[in-house]
Design a binder for this molecule. Structure first.
Ligand code: SDX
Length: 428
């Protein structure tokens, strides 16, 4: 393949380099386009055809349904690794050695205390507050309690920021849940593993010892791994662009949490459960909701279906569908919602509208069923997504800063009023 391409504009030819990635993806490098063409730019609403960066973290092939973190398949990592190993891999680029792994765990535990003054911020929220609004605010507040901004060129400084947020964020997640439930805030137990400690902080009843359930530990570990990164999705792109102004790590993460909240993105896992509940209330009438999803006059979309990149099964959805069966079976839970989900999936996979548009179940379609089986309230599902995505956001933020990328500042095509003079109010 040639390593350049030519664009002809107003009869003049302009040559631009073609760049090929390690997975043979090809990009046109248009960094000189505006200068070379006296102001011509590209326009690509939603960036469906536009790469924002070069990245070595996550590769996904939407047509083949492939997802790899630093070259390792999501299937292998979900089966053989634990969440902190995957976090280390995403952020630092290699799976940790035994010593590195042990040190990472211990350094995170050492950072798992949250300033008691943050409790006052938690107390100030109404019980009706959505957990995503709480966790986004608490994450931003961490900047106030840890003002030293990250010196990304200092490995030590970056490492300390990473273990600090990985240590504190699960505490904030559990405080968010317990606030809503009117339970005393829990600091966890440094003797426990990372995931065990999350479950204890979330579910410990004040008047009883918390008994670990290995099914829940393994399931949550797998859910966090499956959500850990997903290249330049909406919330990750938000973290990168906020960080590109050299805003702090915690402030960038807080912005990413807000972007994830939307029902078209991470908020879909909550919307899927609400949709399945509505179908159940409707007597399981899946055909009515399929018709609504296809009706262009109806804003309703089949939540948990479709994806900007996957035009095949989301590999995470495949793993989660199997996990949903296993978890509900192991916990002895008969959830009619799971059967409705499977029925809806079967119908959609045979429906011309969905087949023609390559709309398959995505990561959010089955995750909510599992979260619910674990006893997590529906409005906490997207907070759990953020807990999993944290290492990916950190990894992408660090890569953007280490690559010294310029501040993100897209251009636009102006279509508003041309120049006109001010009209005094008496004459309007
Ligand atoms: C996540 O990007 C990531 O990687 C995200 C994520 C991650 O890990 O970070 O994977 C997590 O956000 C998964 C997606 C969760 N969102 C949902 O499940 C919400 C429902 N899905 C849709 O809103 C939609 O599929 C999107 C937002 C996910 C993707 O939308 P696109 O790529 O912008 O596609 P589109 O809106 O241009 O749709 C193309 C066509 C349209 O019909 P036509 O105009 O061609 O007739 O497909 C239709 C859409 O109306 N369509 C749907 C649909 N999704 C797309 N129709 C009904 N139900 C749907 N769910």
């Amino acid at each position: 393949m040639s390593d350049t391409t030519t664009l002809e504009i107003n009869g003049k030819k302009h040559e631009f380099p073609l760049i090929t990635g390690t997975e043979n993806e090809v990009a046109i490098d248009i960094k000189s386009l505006r200068a070379d063409t006296n102001g011509v730019i590209t326009l690509d609403s939603g960036y469906k055809n536009t790469g924002s960066c070069k990245s070595a973290i996550t590769f996904l092939d939407g047509e083949k349904g492939i997802l790899r973190y630093r070259g390792y398949s999501i299937e292998e990592l979900a089966e053989k690794a634990d969440f902190l190993e995957v976090a280390y891999l995403l952020i630092f680029g290699e799976l940790p050695t035994k010593e590195q792994n042990e040190k990472f765990h211990n350094d995170i535990k050492a950072q798992s205390l949250v300033d008691d003054d943050i409790r006052k911020i938690v107390d100030a929220f109404p019980k009706s507050a959505h957990p995503m609004g709480i966790i986004s605010s608490l994450t931003s507040a961490l900047t106030a309690f840890n003002p030293s901004s990250v010196n990304v060129n200092s490995e030590a400084d970056m490492y300390n920021s990473v273990v600090r947020i990985l240590g504190k964020f699960p505490v904030l997640v559990s405080w968010t849940l317990r606030k809503k439930q009117g339970l005393p805030l829990d600091y966890g137990d440094k003797q426990l593993g990372y995931v065990e400690n999350i479950l204890k902080m979330m579910f410990q009843e004040p008047n009883a010892c918390y008994v670990q359930n290995n099914i829940l530990v393994d399931t949550l570990d797998k859910l966090l791994i499956l959500h850990a990164d997903h290249e330049q999705n909406c919330s990750t792109s938000t973290v990168r662009i906020v960080g590109s102004s050299h805003a702090g790590l915690f402030a960038s993460l807080s912005a990413g949490i807000s972007a994830l909240w939307g029902p078209l993105h991470g908020g879909a896992n909550q919307a899927v459960l609400e949709m399945l509940e509505a179908i159940k209330e409707d007597g399981g009438d899946t055909k009515k909701y399929m018709a609504k999803a296809k009706d262009k006059n109806d804003p309703f979309r089949l939540m948990g279906f479709g994806h900007r990149v996957y035009k095949n099964f989301d590999p995470r959805a495949k793993i989660l569908k199997k996990a949903a069966d296993e978890v509900l079976g192991n916990l002895g839970i008969e959830d009619p919602i799971l059967e409705i989900a499977k029925g809806l999936e079967k119908e959609a996979l045979e429906d011309k509208y969905f087949v023609d548009r390559k709309l398959y179940p995505n990561v959010d379609f089955y995750s909510g069923i599992i979260y619910r089986a674990m006893g997590i309230p529906t409005d906490m599902f997207t907070v759990m997504f953020a807990l999993g995505r944290l290492p990916g956001w950190i990894a992408q933020w660090r890569e953007m800063r280490l690559n010294k990328e310029p501040i993100g500042r897209p251009r636009q095509l102006y279509i508003g009023a041309t120049e006109r003079s001010f009209t005094p109010v008496e004459e309007r």
